[in-house]
Write a protein that binds this ligand. Structure first.
Ligand code: FES
Ligand SMILES: [Fe+2]
Length: 430
């Protein structure tokens, strides 16, 4: 249970809000690199943290993320012409560079151009390609942190794949689904044995056999390590460790030799978020079959309404609920696919769930600690200007792990280095 004012504090991320200030401390995914595929390609509308922006890639290949609306009379620059090193408004031809600086007001006399342009600059944020993602930083430029170091974005291109989907609910309830490992034994029980990116791992049997998960959650520099413990062979436990790094990065514990996957949840506004879903293997290329399975919407990915990043299964079609499949047990909820099983239930809570009404139990301990950590960080930033966990790139060098450990060993001791990025070394997985 969470008081209404704390729920608002954690869920509102627009300009001027405390949680919005926290999100503006980080480099966050703004769009996929595939959305701006070549120089002078069409600009893309991007709404982030309730700000309406436009992303474009200029003639020299520079990326920019600027205010969507022209400084002259407020026309959307989505209609603009992306040409000759800038974005030109379609109404009266004012032109902006990738920083948002106005560089031309063609209707004015030549001799006044430079003095007039110098005074006009739209809000502009940096946009940097790392891996398959274009990242932005929307905070104070004087405090720009080091560029993100997430392993999935830095391994060679053939080892990684990232997709995104529009999720129609607040970012926090989506994140909470990502750190709630107990639902896997229920909601995803059908998918563990059938999904090509999950099936075949020894760990799946432990998952399905023991549905009374015990959670042990410990603080890490960047957030939390959420350990979920299930029974394994005599004298042993099966541990699944999910790292959460603030504000909204999670990595799902791996299965067998399958690639590791995880998510970023990025607020579009308070009632919508982007779910970025990555899959990578630390030491080998993804096979053609794996890459195809990801494109086809298996694992943590989804199928789309053609030409959009909206899932094909969405609330307008009841996520293509299949009651027969539910009855047969092919799927637990009747919704197909791991990602849409998650999204359908998270969206079903409403755009912003009322946390004053919930009844939490022991398996929610990760969620309780994550909220507390967020809340503390929001207040420390607001009241004392303390830089939050997860900004430091050292905090980003984490891996999830799935291991069988002797019963008398804590997961922190047993997993040791397995929870850190070890370049060239495989992830710990059963
Ligand atoms: S509104 Fe953009 S140039 Fe006039
Ligand atoms: Fe899930």
């Amino acid at each position: 249970m969470l008081k209404q004012e704390i729920n608002e504090l954690l869920t509102q991320t627009g300009p001027g809000t405390p949680m919005g200030a926290l999100f503006r401390q980080y480099w966050i995914p703004a769009l996929l690199a595939e959305e701006l595929p070549e120089n002078d390609c069409p600009p893309v509308r991007v709404k982030l943290l309730s700000e309406r922006l436009i992303a474009f890639r200029d003639t020299e290949g520079r990326y920019g993320l600027i205010d969507e609306f022209c400084a002259h009379r407020g026309v959307s620059l989505w209609f603009g012409r992306n040409e000759e090193s800038g974005l030109r408004c379609s109404y009266h031809g004012w032109k902006y560079d990738v920083t948002g600086q106005c560089v031309e007001i063609p209707s004015e006399p030549d001799e006044r151009q430079s003095s007039m342009c110098a005074k006009i600059k739209l809000t502009g944020y940096p946009l940097v390609k790392i891996g398959d993602v274009l990242w932005t930083y929307m905070g104070d430029p004087r405090a720009t942190p080091d560029l993100p170091q997430w392993e999935f974005a830095h391994v060679p291109a053939q080892q990684t794949y990232t997709s995104k989907r529009w999720q129609e609910c607040n970012w926090l309830q989506a994140l909470e689904g990502g750190i709630d490992s107990s639902h896997v034994s229920w909601l995803h029980s059908g998918g563990l044995n059938s999904d090509p990116l999950f099936r075949g791992a020894r760990g799946n049997a432990y998952n399905l056999a023991d549905r009374k998960v015990f959670f042990e959650v410990v603080e890490s520099d960047g957030g939390l390590l959420i350990g979920a413990r299930r029974n394994a062979e005599e004298g042993h436990y099966y541990w699944r460790i999910t790292p959460w790094v603030m504000p909204s990065f999670t990595m799902i514990p791996p299965r067998g030799d399958h690639p590791i996957h995880g998510h970023f949840w990025i607020p579009i506004d308070d009632e919508n978020c982007w779910t970025y879903s990555y899959d990578y293997h630390p030491v080998r290329s993804l096979s053609a079959a794996e890459r195809q399975a990801m494109k086809d919407g298996h694992g943590v990915h989804c199928e789309y309404v053609p030409g959009t990043y909206r899932p094909l299964q969405n609330k307008d079609n009841d996520y293509m609920m299949d009651r027969e499949a539910q009855k047969r047990g092919d799927t637990f909820s009747g919704v197909k696919g791991i990602s849409m099983q998650d999204a359908s239930l998270q969206e079903s809570m409403g755009p912003i769930v009322d946390r004053a009404k919930e009844r939490l139990v022991s398996t929610d301990s990760g969620i309780i600690m994550a909220r507390r950590k967020l809340w503390r960080a929001v207040e420390a930033l607001r009241d004392e200007g303390v830089r939050p966990p997860g900004v430091d790139v050292a905090h980003q060098m984490v891996r999830s792990a799935a291991m069988v450990l002797p019963k008398d060993q804590s997961f922190v001791d047993g997993c040791g280095d397995a929870l850190r990025v070890r370049p060239g070394e495989k992830h710990a997985s059963v």
